[in-house]
Design a protein around this ligand. Structure first.
Ligand SMILES: [Fe+2]
Ligand SMILES: [Fe+2]
Length: 268
């Protein structure tokens, strides 16, 4: 039996999120075989830049998934095709970029990472359930990891049952709050409704508290801000092991760590 270790890390929000990701990878990257990170909020909460993509890859990230914030930074169209950056696969036909990537990790074991976006309280997308079905045949021999980027927990749960036994893991992103339901479903799919976000602990889904509260108390448009120098930053995700022979999830745990800001401004 040979074991393959995969880390799946939730939405990285701005500089605090990037810092937490960097610190965690420094400690742990050598112990894992594949690292997938949702980067849709990495650039000050909105989208991702090429510079950030390059630093993520340099720190050991293998695949970056996106979501509804994919297009927030306009220059994404210039670099999307050059990197392992996935936009949701169920955008309409002809949308730039790619929604999945397959990586051959040893002779008998390949992983396909794919990004899908839900449709409840979200943008108008193609049906993610049908999209998965339409592509399943060509990737069925691979261990499939789905980043299911959605608002509604019901849609995420329903999707997980729809693909149970076909996808290796369905891990939710987008709501930024870690749920307490990491488990393996009856036909073998690892599932968690939302793996949580990386960023400032004291925040509203990674954003500055004051500004966010203002948005809900005044009928005025408020610009979201990333908290400056937060006391605590967190990383959030899932770490799991796959048996490369039978492609079953052997073990799983949450990635959950808080770093505290010292007098010198560094986090540890
Ligand atoms: Fe997000
Ligand atoms: Fe999102």
């Amino acid at each position: 039996m040979s074991i393959f270790k995969i880390a799946f890390i939730g939405d990285v929000v701005g500089r605090p999120g990037r810092r937490a990701l960097y610190l965690w990878l420094q400690e742990n990257r050598k112990k894992i075989d594949l690292c997938i990170v949702n980067g849709e909020n990495a650039a000050a909460g909105f989208g991702i830049t090429e510079k950030i993509v390059k630093s993520f890859l340099a720190w050991g990230v293998d695949v970056i998934t996106m979501g509804n914030h994919t297009w927030d930074k306009k220059d994404i169209f210039e670099f999307l095709d050059r990197y392992p950056v996935l936009r949701p696969m169920n955008y309409p036909e002809g949308t730039p970029g790619k929604g999945f990537i397959s990586l051959k990790l040893d002779n008998n074991f390949s992983v396909t990472v794919l990004s899908l976006m839900g449709r409840v309280f979200m943008e108008c997308m193609d049906n993610p359930f049908e999209k998965f079905d339409s592509l399943y045949f060509e990737m069925k021999d691979n261990f499939i990891v789905v980043d299911f980027h959605a608002e509604a927990t019901s849609e995420k749960q329903a999707f997980s049952f729809h693909v149970d036994g076909r996808a290796g893991a369905v891990l939710g992103t987008h709501t930024h709050v870690r749920t307490d339901d990491l488990k393996v479903l009856s036909a073998g799919t690892l599932y968690m409704t939302d793996v949580g976000m990386c960023g400032a602990v004291e925040s509203v889904i990674g954003m500055d508290v004051k500004e966010s509260v203002k948005r809900f108390t005044k009928q005025l448009p408020v610009r979201f801000k990333i908290p400056e120098k937060p006391k605590e930053i967190q990383i959030s995700g899932v770490l799991f092991e796959v048996d490369t022979v039978n492609r079953k999830v052997e073990s799983f745990e949450k990635i959950k760590k808080v770093y505290i800001r010292g007098e010198d401004g560094n986090y540890s």
